[in-house]
Design a protein around this ligand. Sequence first.
Ligand code: HEM
Length: 334
Amino acid sequence: MTSTAPRSPGARTAEPSAATSATRASGLRARLLQGARQGRWLRPVLLANLVAQVVIVITGGVVRLTGSGLGCPDWPTCAAGSIAPVVHQAEGFHKYIEFGNRLLTGPVGILAVAALVAVLLLRPARPRLRLVAALPVVGVLVQAVIGGITVHTDLSPVTVSTHFLVSMGLIAVSTLLLLRAGEGDGAPRPLVPTAVRALAVALAATTAAVLVVGTVVTGSGPHSGDADEPARYGFDPRTVSWLHADLVLLLVGLLVGLLVALHIAPSTPVARRRAWWVMGVVLVQGLIGYVQYATDLPVVLVALHMLGACLLVVAVTALWASLRERTDELVPAA
Ligand code: HEM
């Protein structure tokens, strides 16, 4: 039986407008999904993920350089029984700096997940790219655990170094992800002769060695983390600094060799341009390194040196990616 009661004018206008907004919402959802499948937001999301991975290294550096490493003496809680710092906690402003860095794991993790989702939604599907996109998510989880171990080992220099070096790996992977998004998903095809690729392998290995020894220099100096009781490797800072600088000289030598090779052997303008970028970053970074060493490590220069290390990882990864190409052999949608 149908109701004969007259409808109020308000009800007459409310019904169509509710239907209209539901239609609009589903239209917007469909447009967003279609955009995501076409990869419209892929590059901005992947770029944001890369920037976040660099930013958290610098904020981690601020924790170290302000001696705030045990500002939150516990993990995952900051003080006993509280996730956030509490006012009566003994650690002064250090607790807020350390907690701020912990909070940043949230946005970094969200951007890593967003990057993975953006790749998963792509059509046609890109299974190989999905594997690369999963790494930042796994890496952020691993870093959260290493961060906890760092606190529980009272800033052991080995865990502080590991924490930094895993971030370098995440920056390399995030750079590769961004660059791979613009390529096909087929097998890689070399664009330079084998000897040039061997030089690039030596360059990447020496870059890794410079980074590892750099963290040993830090762990042997005044900025190893906790302001009151710094835990150190115990090496002579001068000796390890010179070993670090000598490896940089080896890096410059290899880079000169690679640049010459890229100009005389078959290669591409992109590869040559990226190799010059690496040279620019190495020279500026080396200059900052020598100046900070000679001026007793002012914190601003040390922070810039950390940024330089991140940018070098980006530049070397981009150079590496330019030495091969991937075809457009895409896998059809599942
Ligand atoms: C390609 C060039 C260079 C790269 C990639 C590089 C990289 C690094 C890295 C990754 C660290 C450790 C950062 C951390 O643990 O937070 C570091 C520390 C350091 N580097 Fe370099 N470095 C370079 C050149 C140099 C040079 C030429 C010197 C000159 C001696 C130098 C002196 C230092 C010093 C003194 C530290 C310890 C800073 C501290 O106590 O916090 N670096 N470097």
